[in-house]
Design a binder for this molecule. Sequence first.
Ligand code: ADP
Length: 163
Amino acid sequence: MTSIAVCPGSFDPVTLGHLDIISRGAKVFDKVIVAVLNNRNKQPLFTVEERIELLRQTTADLPNVEVDHFNGLLIDYVKQKNASAIIKGLRAVSDFEYELQMASINRKLDEEVETFFMMTNNNYSYLSSSIVKEIAKYQAPVSDLVPEIVEGALRKKFAFSNE
Ligand code: ADP
C-alpha cells in the first residue's frame, strides 16, 4: 500500500524550516502532498497561487512531493486524497498546545488518520513565515531563512508596497 501524507500550512511564504520538514517527511512516506490552506480569516502577503508556485519551484528536486491547496476541513481533504497521515513540524513548546488540540480534534473526526510530528531542525527553531515577512519588510537580508527565489519574491512584494 502506498503511504500518502499531507503536510498542511499557510506557507506565506515557504521557509527553510518548512522545506526541512517536507524533505524529511518525503524520506518516510511514499508521497507527501504539501497543501496550502486557503484561509480567508488571515490576511496573506502572497496569494494562494503565488504560494503554490514558490512551493513547486522549491520542492522541484523532491520527486515524491506534490503541491496543492485546500479549503474547509483538513480531515476531509486528507480523506479525499486517500492519505493516511498528516505531517506537522514542532518548533517550541508554544506550538505544542495548539497542535495537540488540532491532532486530538482530527483524531476524533477520523480515527484512521494519524498525525505525525517532527521536531524542528535546531537551526530553524525560531523561524516562521511571519518573522521572515517582518524582516523583509524592512529590506534586511533573509537569505539564511528562505530559498533564493523566495527572497526575490519578497523583495518584489515589498518594493511595490513601499512605493
Ligand atoms: P508559520 O506561518 O507559523 O510559519 P505554517 O502554517 O505555514 O506556519 O506552518 C505549516 C507547518 O510547518 C506547521 O506544522 C508548522 O509547525 C511547521 N513549521 C513552520 N516553521 C517551522 C520551522 N521553522 N521548523 C519546523 N516546523 C515548522
